[in-house]
Design a protein around this ligand. Structure first.
Ligand code: SF4
Length: 326
C-alpha cells in the first residue's frame, strides 16, 4: 500500500471543503471496496478523508410520502428498517442478498453505489485494463468473460456493475442527492452510473468534488416485491444475473409494474417498455419482457448463457411473486 495522509472530517461542510481543496483525495466510508483496492495499488489516493463521523446516517420519511436514506446508512440497517421492509421490500431483499453479514454491517448506501467492478482483469494488475489504466486495452474481451456484460458494453470495456442494492433502487426510481462546492444537485439513478463507451474509467456522473448526501425514494407503489439473484455460490458471491421485480397478481396471472436486472451491464439495466404490458401467465410474460430487455444484447462466446439465464430468472421471479401470500 502506498503512503497516504488521513483526516477525520467532523461535518459534511468540512468534508466538501477538504475534498475540493485536496488534490488526489478520496472519501473513506465503510472502506469495504476502497481498502482492498488500495492494498492492490489499484487505488492510490494521496489523502483519505474519513466521513464516518459527519452524520448522514438516518432514514427519514419525506413530506411527499417517500423516503430519504442517508448516504452513510449501513446496508444491514437499511435492510432491517421497518419502513423499508414494509414499503420497499424489493430493496430490503436486494440488500440481504449482497455480500456477507459482516460486510453489510460496515458497507454504506453511498459506498454501495460507488463500488467498482469485480471484473477479474481489473483486479489482475498484470493485465491490460482500460478502466484501471486508460488506454492500456482490455484483456477481458478476448479472455475469460463468463461473468461480464452482455448489454451496453463497448470495444473498450465489458465490465458489469456488482451492486444488488442499485438494481432495486433502479426499479424504485431512486434519486441521488449530491453536494459540492456549488451546492446541491439531484441525479436520477438511471443517469448516475455510466456505460463504458470510450472512457470506462469514468463510472458515474458524480463530479470529482461532489459527495453523495442521500438517496430519495418516491412514495411506495405497492405490488409484490421480489429480488431474485443467481450466483455461483449461495453463501456469498456477486450476481451472475439478478432481477428486481414489482408485480401485480390476479389468480394465475401476473403483470410487471417494474423490472430491473443486475449482472448484465455496467449499470442496473431497466427498459421501461418491458413494463405495464398487462396480465398473463408467468412464462409468457417473462418471455415477452425479456425479449424487450435483451434486445441489442452482444454477448461473448463465454457469456451467451446469460441471455437464457435472465429469461429464466425473470420467470422464476414472477412465480415467486405469484406464490407469495403477502
Ligand atoms: Fe478492465 Fe473493463 Fe476490460 Fe475488465 S472489461 S479488463 S474492467 S476494461
Amino acid at each position: 500500500m502506498k503512503d497516504f495522509t488521513y483526516h477525520r472530517a467532523e461535518s459534511l461542510d468540512e468534508a466538501v471543503t477538504l475534498l475540493a481543496s485536496t488534490p488526489g483525495a478520496k472519501l473513506l466510508a465503510g472502506g469495504t471496496n476502497l481498502l482492498d483496492l488500495m492494498k492492490l495499488q489499484i487505488e492510490t489516493p494521496r489523502h483519505l478523508i474519513d466521513i464516518n463521523h459527519i452524520g448522514l446516517d438516518k432514514v427519514e420519511t419525506l413530506a411527499s410520502g417517500g423516503l430519504a436514506i442517508g448516504a452513510l446508512v449501513r446496508n444491514a440497517d437499511l435492510a432491517a428498517h421497518p419502513i423499508v421492509r414494509r414499503d420497499y421490500e424489493v430493496l430490503s431483499r436486494a440488500l440481504v442478498s449482497g455480500a456477507s453479514g459482516q460486510l453489510r454491517n460496515r458497507a454504506t448506501t453511498a459506498g454501495n453505489l460507488m463500488q467498482r467492478t469485480r471484473c477479474p482483469y481489473f483486479y489482475g494488475t498484470t493485465k491490460a485494463c482500460n478502466k484501471r489504466l486508460p488506454g492500456s486495452g482490455c484483456d477481458a474481451i478476448d479472455g475469460f468473460s463468463t461473468n461480464l456484460a452482455v448489454l451496453g458494453a463497448s470495444s473498450s470495456c465489458i465490465a458489469t456493475h456488482s451492486s444488488d442494492m442499485a438494481v432495486a433502487l433502479r426499479a424504485l426510481d431512486a434519486m441521488i442527492v449530491v453536494i459540492g462546492p456549488a451546492g446541491e444537485r439531484r441525479i436520477a439513478l438511471s443517469d448516475f452510473h455510466r456505460l463504458p463507451g470510450k472512457t470506462p474509467h469514468v463510472e458515474t456522473s458524480l463530479d470529482n468534488h461532489e459527495i453523495i448526501a442521500r438517496v430519495e425514494l418516491p412514495a411506495p407503489i405497492g405490488g409484490r416485491h421480489v429480488y431474485r439473484k443467481v450466483r455461483e455460490r449461495a453463501s456469498y458471491a456477486f450476481a451472475t444475473v439478478s432481477v428486481a421485480l414489482i408485480a401485480q397478481v390476479k389468480a394465475e396471472r401476473v403483470a410487471i409494474d417494474r423490472v430491473a436486472f443486475g449482472g448484465l451491464a455496467a449499470k442496473p439495466w431497466r427498459v421501461e417498455a418491458a413494463e405495464g404490458r398487462g396480465f398473463g401467465h408467468p412464462g409468457d410474460i417473462a418471455e415477452a419482457a425479456a425479449s424487450v430487455v435483451l434486445d441489442g444484447a452482444l454477448p461473448t462466446v463465454h457469456n451467451r448463457y446469460k441471455l437464457n439465464l435472465a429469461r429464466q430468472a425473470l420467470h422464476a421471479a414472477l412465480i415467486d411473486a405469484q406464490e407469495r401470500r403477502t
